[in-house]
Design a protein around this ligand. Structure first.
Ligand code: CS2
Length: 507
C-alpha cells in the first residue's frame, strides 16, 4: 500500500474526479492582494470568490494570507503551497473542491516585520480582513478606538513594531507613503456594523496621533469600504480533516467547511483597481447598511440567540437548538414580530423570505456549529445583533418582549461560567473577567446583576441601559435563566408577547 500523500501542487493533476480543482494555471498567478486572518471563514468565502473569478477572468489577484495571531499557517497551508480542500456540506450532500487563490502564506505572530513587508509592498493593492470583532480594538457601543486597550497603548508608544491590527495597518500605510506612495483599499470582512467606518476610525485615530501629515495622506490614498459577508463556516475539527483522507484518499491539514449559501455585498469605494468579484456573485452597492442590518439582526441574531439559550438548555450545536420545539418557536417569533420591523427596505431582497431562508440554513445538520463557538466573544456581538434592534424598537414606541431574552442569555452564559456560580463551562470573551467580578460581588440577585452589567457603558449605551422596560424584561429573563428551569424564561416571554399581540389586535 502506498503512503497517503498530502495535498500540494504536485497532487493537483491526480486528484479524484469527485474533487474539483482550479481551472487556471496557478504557476502564472502573482500576488495582488493580502488577507489578514486566514481562518475557516476566509477560506470558505473571499478565497473561494477569488478562485471563481480567476477561473472566469484570470488576472493578477493571487492572495498572500497573513496571520498575526495563532494558528501558524506554515505547517498546514504553507506546506501545501496554499492549496486546500473546501467542502460544501448540506445534510447528506458533500461537494469538494481544491481552491488555488492563496499563493503564499506569512506567519507574523512573533513580530510585525513579515506582515509589514507584505502590506507595504507595491504589488499589494488591496487588503481584506477577517480578524474577528475584537481585532479592531474598538469600543463596541461607540465604534471608536479603545485607547486603553493594552495593544493600542503599546502601539502608540512603539508605532514601528505594532501588535494590534489597527497599529499594523497604520504602520503599513506610513511605510507605503515613505516608499512608493501607491494607494490601498482596506476591506473589512468582519461582522461589525459599518465595518469600513470602524476600520477607518481606528486607523485614522492612530494616524492622527502619529502626526506628520499621515492622516491626510491616508485620506487621499486609502479607502475603507464597508461590506456584508455571509457563509456559515464553523471551526474545523480533526474529524473533518480525517473525512477528507477517508473519502478522497489524500491528507489536507487546511480543510475548510461551509454551507451552500454565500453572499457578499461590497461598498463601491475603492482606492485603485479591484478584483471583479461582481462577475462571480458579489454585489457592489453605494450603501451596505440595509444589507448589513438584515444579516446581523436576522441570521446572526438567530445564531446568538440559539447559541446562548441552547447552551443553557444543554444543547450542543445550532441544529440541535433549532430542533428544540420551544427554541424554534421562540427564534422565529422574535425575528418576525420584533426584529423585522427594525429593518429598512433592502434592495432586491424580501426580509420575510430571508428569515425563512436563514432558519432553513440553521437546520443544516452537516454544519456542526457549536453553540459555545458562537457564544464566544458575545460582548462584541450583541450590540449589532440584539441591542441595536431593541434600541430601534424602543425609539418607535414598540414592545420588546422577546429580544431582551437572548441579551439575558449572554449575561447568564458569562455569569454561570464564573467561579461564584460553579464554573459551568470555559468561556472566551474580553468581558468575561468583568462579568465574573460582578457576579462575585453581587451574588444571586438578578436585579443587582442586571444593574451592574448594564452599567458597562462600552457595551450598553446609557440611554438604553436606563430604559425601564428593557431593564425589567432582561431582569425577569435572567432570573429564570439562572434558575433550575432556565427555559421558563423563554416560555414566559412568549406568553408576554402573546399578550402584547392580543392588545394590539384589539386596538
Ligand atoms: C457566527 C458567525 O460565530 C459567530 O459569531 O454567528 O461566524 C456566522 O456564522 C457568520 O457571520 C455567517 O456569515
Amino acid at each position: 500500500m502506498s503512503a497517503i500523500e498530502t495535498l500540494g501542487p504536485d497532487l493537483l493533476d491526480r486528484l479524484p474526479a469527485s474533487v474539483a480543482k482550479p481551472a487556471y494555471d496557478r504557476a502564472r498567478l502573482g500576488a495582488g492582494m493580502a488577507h489578514l486572518g486566514v481562518g475557516a471563514f476566509h477560506r470558505c468565502h473571499q478565497a473561494e470568490y477569488t478562485d471563481d473569478l480567476l477561473s472566469r477572468d484570470f488576472g493578477r489577484w493571487g492572495i498572500v494570507g497573513i496571520n498575526i495571531r495563532p494558528p501558524h499557517l506554515a505547517d498546514t497551508l504553507g506546506r501545501q503551497g496554499g492549496l486546500y480542500t473546501r467542502l460544501i456540506r448540506e445534510n447528506d450532500r458533500v461537494e469538494a473542491r481544491v481552491i488555488g487563490s492563496i499563493v503564499r502564506v506569512v506567519d507574523s505572530q512573533a513580530s510585525a516585520a513579515p506582515a509589514l513587508e507584505v502590506l507595504a509592498s507595491q504589488d499589494i493593492e488591496l487588503v481584506t480582513l477577517t480578524v474577528t470583532e475584537k481585532g479592531y480594538c474598538h469600543i463596541p457601543s461607540t465604534g471608536e478606538l479603545d485607547l486603553a486597550h493594552p495593544d493600542i497603548v503599546h502601539d502608540l508608544a512603539h508605532p514601528e513594531t505594532p501588535r494590534s491590527v489597527p497599529g499594523m495597518l497604520t504602520r503599513a500605510l506610513d511605510l507605503r507613503r515613505a516608499t512608493h506612495g501607491r494607494p490601498l483599499t482596506l476591506l473589512s470582512c468582519d461582522n461589525i456594523p459599518a465595518n469600513g467606518v470602524i476600520l477607518g476610525n481606528v486607523v485614522r485615530t492612530l494616524a492622527e496621533r502619529r502626526g506628520a501629515g499621515l492622516v491626510d495622506w491616508i485620506a487621499a490614498n486609502a479607502t475603507f469600504p464597508s461590506a456584508m459577508v455571509d457563509r456559515i463556516a464553523p471551526a474545523v475539527t480533526q474529524a473533518d480533516i480525517d473525512s477528507v483522507e477517508q473519502r478522497y484518499g489524500y491528507r489536507d491539514g487546511a480543510v475548510a467547511i461551509g454551507e451552500p449559501f454565500r453572499q457578499w455585498v461590497i461598498e463601491k469605494k475603492f482606492a485603485g483597481r479591484m478584483p471583479r468579484w461582481d462577475l462571480v456573485g458579489a454585489t457592489l452597492v453605494d450603501d451596505v447598511t440595509p444589507f448589513e442590518h438584515l444579516k446581523m439582526r436576522v441570521l446572526n441574531g438567530a445564531q446568538t440567540t440559539l447559541a446562548t439559550l441552547g447552551v443553557l438548555a444543554g444543547l450542543e450545536h445550532t441544529f440541535d437548538a433549532i430542533a428544540d420545539p420551544l427554541l424554534s418557536v421562540f427564534v422565529r417569533r422574535m425575528l418576525v414580530e420584533e426584529t423585522l420591523a427594525t429593518l429598512e427596505p433592502v434592495p432586491g431582497m424580501d426580509p420575510s423570505a430571508y428569515v425563512e431562508q436563514s432558519l432553513g440554513r440553521l437546520r443544516n445538520t452537516a454544519i456542526r456549529h457549536r453553540n459555545h463557538q458562537i457564544a464566544t466573544d458575545g460582548s462584541q456581538k450583541i450590540v449589532q445583533r440584539l441591542l441595536n434592534p431593541i434600541r430601534d424598537r424602543l425609539a418607535k414606541g414598540r414592545d420588546i418582549a422577546l429580544l431582551p431574552v437572548p441579551v439575558a442569555g449572554w449575561m447568564a452564559y458569562l455569569i454561570l461560567a464564573s467561579a461564584r456560580f460553579g464554573s459551568r463551562w470555559p468561556v472566551s470573551d474580553p468581558y468575561a473577567a468583568k462579568v465574573a467580578a460582578i457576579a462575585d460581588a453581587t451574588g444571586n440577585d438578578a436585579q443587582a446583576l442586571v444593574s451592574a452589567i448594564l452599567g458597562i457603558e462600552t457595551i450598553f449605551d446609557p440611554g438604553l441601559a436606563a430604559n425601564g422596560t428593557f431593564r425589567r424584561t432582561v431582569t425577569s429573563a435572567l432570573e429564570a435563566l439562572l434558575s433550575n428551569d432556565p427555559m421558563a424564561a423563554v416560555r414566559r416571554s412568549l406568553e408576554q408577547n402573546e399578550t402584547e399581540r392580543l392588545k394590539r389586535s384589539k386596538q
